[in-house]
Design a protein around this ligand. Structure first.
Ligand code: APR
Ligand code: ZN
Length: 375
């Protein structure tokens, strides 16, 4: 079927209002405009950030099509697009890389000014949407909206990857792997023999554990309120598991007692102010590094004892492992193909896209590390 230049009617998941369950709908996806790319999705992961968006913890405009961790094939390109062509295997980028803004021009960091997360317009760069459903305009999420058989994204939000990439799994390199593994190996640069604590053993926390292990950490303490996460975490490299609900003392005190001094590296992968403070307090007073990867609700605040700051510890927020997305994600794909990173243990479930509700049920029940939906 020739779809070039035509509106495509296909299946997509829509969040109609805050905290409602997603509904599978027939949507119309317009052709890409100048500087845009239309993608036929092959796989997409269910990430904590999608759940945050659906619950309104990351505020988006309703109704919208969620999803950002995506892999697919380029169906068609708009005028002026040069970095991808129809048929290319690509990943979607929740944080784009425009290569022109103050963030992209700085060698450090990656939070491109053209991102559409905080705050979110729900629209393409020209201020319009490419989706409609029953005649109503549907908003984009993060300019990726991967919970749709077809999506349209700006060229800066998509990157070509190796043609040998396995498309049923590789989507996790669009978020889970850089966010977690990258936080440990690229951002914190965990050192051999070091001690680490990871708060939250979901998708992101598991990828952090893998990164700590790959970096040669000697001790990795995993913290989660769901003990079902412990066996898998141990298999990935966690040496000690803590359930804060079963402790008679604050978890940071338990971590300090276990290590004697506090850890060299603490990671937060939940998105709660209280666990961010606990991660900070778990760090070695002098050289400890506290890395925050979780995204918290707007207006959520935490306070730290000011004296604990003056002793030398570092607090750092990290988005997607500090990787410049368009430059680095294809390299992560290649590293996977060369067996330098193993993403397979991070994917615990794969389901057809139309079983999205079952997938979310498993996610909410805490049964999944990553569930990947297949189109
Ligand atoms: N203390 C300890 N663990 C907790 C707590 C808590 N108070 N609350 C939740 N958890 C655990 C959950 O049991 C779960 O195992 O945190 C884990 C979160 O994992 P997921 O829900 O799989 O989310 P994930 O995709 O890993 O994202 C985590 O990172 O990118 C951000 O926005 C994302 O803020 C989210 C975070
Ligand atoms: Zn994500």
């Amino acid at each position: 079927m020739d779809t070039l230049g035509k509106t495509i009617t296909c299946l997509a998941a829509i969040a109609w209002k805050t905290n409602s369950s997603l509904s599978l709908e027939e949507v119309q996806v317009e052709p890409p405009k100048a500087g845009e790319v239309r993608i036929k999705m092959i796989s997409t992961g269910i990430c904590g950030s999608d759940d945050h968006a659906i619950k309104g913890i990351i505020p988006l405009k309703y109704p919208f099509i969620p999803g950002h961790e995506g892999a697919g094939l380029v169906e068609s390109i708009g005028e002026g697009v040069s970095s991808v062509k129809p048929g290319d295997k690509v990943l979607t980028l929740i944080v784009p890389q425009c290569r022109e803004c103050s963030a992209c021009l700085n060698p450090k960091g990656n939070f491109c000014e053209k991102q559409d997360i905080l705050p979110s317009s729900g629209l393409m760069l020209d201020g319009t949407s490419r989706f409609t459903c029953k005649g109503e305009k549907i908003y984009h999420s993060f300019r990726t909206s991967t919970f749709s058989e077809y999506t349209v994204v700006p060229e800066i939000s998509v990157v070509k990857i190796d043609a040998a990439a396995p498309m049923d799994k590789i989507c996790v390199i669009s978020c889970e792997v850089p966010t977690g593994y990258g936080a440990a190996v690229h951002s914190a640069k965990v050192t051999p023999g070091s001690t680490c604590v990871v708060f939250g053993l979901g998708g992101i926390g598991s990828a952090i554990v893998m990164g700590c292990k790959a970096s040669g950490a000697s001790r990795i303490i995993g913290v989660d309120i769901n003990e079902e996460k412990f066996p898998r975490a141990r298999a990935l490299g966690v040496t000690d598991c803590l359930n804060p609900s079963n402790l008679k003392k604050p978890v940071q005190e338990a971590v300090k007692e276990m290590t004697g001094t506090g850890v060299d590296f603490a990671f937060e992968a939940i998105g709660l102010a209280e666990t961010m403070v606990a991660a900070w307090d778990s760090c070695h007073v002098s050289h400890g590094v506290c890395i925050i990867t979780g995204v918290s609700p707007p207006n959520s605040k935490f306070s730290l004892s000011a004296q604990t700051v003056s002793t030398g510890r570092t607090l750092k927020g990290v988005c997607l492992g500090d990787y410049k997305t368009k430059d680095c994600f294809p390299q992560l794909v290649t590293a996977y193909l060369q067996n330098k990173i193993n993403i397979d243990p991070l994917i615990t479930h794969q389901l057809p896209f139309d079983q999205l509700h079952k997938a979310f049920k498993l996610y909410h029940a805490g049964k999944t590390i990553r569930c990947v939906l297949l189109f």
